[in-house]
Design a protein around this ligand. Structure first.
Ligand code: CTP
Length: 420
């Protein structure tokens, strides 16, 4: 059964980000039922929340219709997790004091489920002794409290108090849901506010409303029940690109070969094993605005997959292994009636990197090729020195972490789609 979140939206300029959070949760098949405080309704409408949750949005405690259909005790216990986002200084104070003067605070007092509070407020309100006292009390009471992010505020001040990015809230929600009722304190990574400061600012280069399709990892081509053809791709570069696209607001489909990486927040992942499965998954994910084919697809597969384990016969003859070429997924997309507006391939080369990448761009019908020299330790490593080959020429980027390559590529994609 799908997991359920009861989302309490309190007042504040960050309330609009609750809409994005709901969209991300729904994308992960998590059901959301929303409750709004009166103040929240000044910032977002119950209608928009209702459209996204596909459910009634609850508001007043004494709404008899709601009480007849579903009592507030029931509402507070129907969920696997209660999330207060954004949590204003006011609602945090009420929670700490046990005040129940509207539906939201009554639910919070009546619930027996884990509660995650995601504060957002002005920097001075955040640092005020009263707020800090209330937060200490809430943590002692077992409420999970996420640290706000640091940055510019709507009120022109700068500091701590911004609502964390919806993808980070999603990650924390998924962590708490996975851990169940006895969930521990928030993950240190998520409370490390320096991460938000250092994160690439993708706000100018957003991909809202776009569908980005990414392939990543190797493929495994079975030879017999115990053997397969594979390569050294770790999937890290593709996963970093999918994560950066989601952070930039895109809807992201990540078709992943066999890798051991966690799914980035906000990304829909389709796991495949072989090149042919990858080709089908890519086809099914269309239409997409952008496709970034990062996977190191095996060029060949065994012509016949043996039903039983192949046995050596001791004769010293070559192995009985015939190979057939796999479909080229990138080249097929280049010819496809639903070809994405921007089609990007990767090229792993060990010599004449840019020349080979240029030829590959034309041959496969791609718009851009990101070429990397894999003669070093790129495969499986953390950094990558790439060349971006487009119709206008080639541009060499310095050696940088794969996450930075991803952020820069996503910026360039957003600019290209925006017509810059
Ligand atoms: N690719 C693909 N399907 C394949 C093989 C490759 O979609 N069956 C994609 C990769 O995801 C990558 C690009 O094509 O984006 C380059 O792959 P590469 O293996 O370097 O290209 P090849 O055509 O195999 O060229 P070469 O033989 O020069 O390595």
């Amino acid at each position: 059964m799908a997991q359920r979140v009861l989302l309490i939206v309190s007042g504040g300029i960050a309330a609009y980000k609750a809409l994005e959070l709901v969209r991300l949760l729904r994308g992960r098949d998590i059901a959301v039922r929303a409750v709004m405080t009166e103040a929240a309704k000044q910032f977002v409408t119950p209608l928009s929340l209702g459209v996204l949750t596909e459910d009634h949005v609850y508001g007043a405690l004494f709404d008899l219709k709601d009480e007849r259909e579903i009592g507030h005790i029931q509402l507070s216990r129907d969920a696997d997790l209660v999330v207060v986002a954004p949590a204003s200084a006011d609602i945090l104070a009420k929670m700490a004091a046990g005040i129940a003067d509207d539906l939201a605070t009554t639910l919070l007092l009546a619930t027996d489920k884990p509660v995650l509070a995601v504060p957002a407020m002005n920097v001075r309100m955040w640092h005020h002794k009263a707020t800090q006292r209330n937060l200490a009390q809430l943590r002692e009471d077992g409420i999970h409290v996420m640290e706000p992010a640091i940055g510019a505020m709507a009120c022109n001040e700068w500091g701590k108090g911004r609502l964390p990015e919806p993808v980070d809230i999603l990650a924390e929600i998924e962590r708490l849901l996975a851990e169940g009722p006895g969930a521990a304190e928030p993950h240190p990574l998520l409370t490390d506010t320096t991460r938000t400061i250092n994160a690439p600012d993708l706000s100018e280069h957003n991909l809202f409303g776009r569908h980005v399709l990414v392939t990543a990892g190797p493929t495994h081509e079975p030879i017999d029940p115990v053997r397969y053809i594979a390569n050294r791709s770790s999937g890290r570069q593709g996963f970093a690109i999918a994560a950066a696209a989601a952070r930039a607001g895109a809807r992201v489909t990540l078709v992943a070969g066999p890798v051991t990486l966690p799914t980035p927040p906000g990304v829909t992942r389709v796991d495949v094993e072989t090149a042919r499965e990858m080709a089908v998954a890519v086809e099914q994910a269309l239409p997409a605005d952008v496709a970034i084919m990062v996977a190191a697809v095996a060029d060949w597969r065994a012509t016949d997959e043996a039903a039983q384990k192949l046995k050596k016969d001791g004769s010293g003859k070559p192995a009985p292994l015939a190979l057939t070429e796999n479909p080229d997924i990138l080249a097929a997309l280049g010819q496809h009636p639903q070809r994405p507006a921007l089609l990007i391939g990767f090229a792993a080369e060990t010599e004449s990197v840019i020349d080979h990448a240029r030829a590959k761009r034309t041959r496969k019908g791609a718009d851009w090729i990101v070429a990397n020299d894999v003669s070093g330790a790129v495969m499986g490593g953390d950094s990558n020195a790439v060349h971006l080959v487009t119709a206008d020429g080639a541009e060499s980027w310095p050696d940088m972490p794969k996450t930075a390559v991803a952020a820069r590529l996503i910026e360039r994609i957003a600019d290209a789609l925006a017509g810059h």
